[in-house]
Design a binder for this molecule. Structure first.
Ligand SMILES: [Zn+2]
Length: 130
């Protein structure tokens, strides 16, 4: 049985593949979005990536018949971990995640509508159906 603890392990494991510099509190560049020099702070997974990943996994779990109340990706410990990561990265990098993020237009729905319109137009133009 997968639990929130395993999800946390997985998230920490992913950090080693991260590309986002997250300064330690002891680093002179802590809180600077654009540090003027290199520093030995580790690269981590950006909070936004982790949050998006967990969101997808949580949805996938339920799509495959998992019960929401047993969803390890929605576990309280996972939500707390993500919140801590967000708060720390916001401080460490001098950025605020509270700013409204630009929502991308729902491309999938638009593409489907275009496809449907194209199919309808094609059917109307098809002489064999008339
Ligand atoms: Zn640093």
């Amino acid at each position: 049985m997968c639990s929130g603890a395993h999800v946390l392990e997985f998230l920490r494991y992913l950090d080693q593949f991260g590309k986002t510099k997250v300064h330690n509190q002891t680093c002179p560049f802590f809180g600077l979005p654009n540090p003027p020099a290199p520093c030995p702070c580790p690269l981590r997974q950006a909070w936004g990536s982790l949050d998006a990943l967990i969101g997808r996994l949580r949805a996938a779990y339920e799509e495959h018949g998992g019960r929401p109340e047993g969803n390890p990706f929605g576990a309280r410990s996972v939500r707390i971990y993500l919140r801590e990561v967000r708060d720390f990265q916001a401080k460490a990098r001098g950025v605020s995640y509270d700013k409204k993020r630009k929502r991308p237009k729902p491309k999938v729905a638009a593409a489907a509508a275009v496809t449907a319109a194209a199919a309808a137009a094609a059917a109307a133009a098809d002489p064999s159906t008339g």
